[in-house]
Design a protein around this ligand. Sequence first.
Ligand code: ZN
Length: 262
Amino acid sequence: MKTMFNLHLSSPIYKAAVFCILALLISCRKNDPAADDALSVHVSGTHYEYYYSASDKDGIDTTWQEAYFAWLVAALDVKVNTKIEFDKYRDRAHLKRMTGRDTNGFSDTSSYRFHTIWKIDNHEGVHTIIIRLIGLPPPLFNEGIAVAFQADYFKYPLFIPEWNGVRLDLLAKTYNQDGKTPSLDNLLGTWSFWNFDTNITYPVAGSFVRYLIDHYGLAKMKSYISSSKFEDSKDQIHVHFMAAYGMTIETAWNEWQIFISQ
Ligand SMILES: [Zn+2]
């Protein structure tokens, strides 16, 4: 049976058709952000394995990251013998498509790996190190210690932890004055901690933990964290805190509130 069109592979019409289809496929791919989602670029750093998408114009500032890491492990007095996997996404939508999580970043609790949309990281990687080497405490302390080490290493010659460019203590003082600081009882709850705006709870937790480290030393904070669990009841938190600090957490909280109000 004869067909109406007898196209040869070498015919100009055939070539033009193939070209049009290819052009159409390429243009569709350009309009589809998911097509470039794979973290196909791999850079092997001294302390991290970095991954990001080939279409990610910002990429990762590996120079900043390696310098921050050196400062961080010295400040935490830990040795990290495993490289940390730094998975970078273009934005929240990209991160969500790849991980299923609707967030700017998170740390895997069972491996040396974190995910973020930022080209530098000074939060999720702190979680990674603390969780892998010391422990996973309740949210007030888990977020608190991450924020307490959240600084732009190259912005100051001295380390000053900030939240969105404002010093933690100043922010916590303002929230206190405005009556916005959640009660300690609420902040101690594994789940009630999340009932409040993280732009309040995170810097408050960071300021509190930073106060405890600066005034009572890193060793006591590590001791507390290593004895605790994320889902500890309030009673368990009180017992573990007392064992590490020799005072009630209410006493420490009140001391901190006086400190930031000055
Ligand atoms: Zn965090």
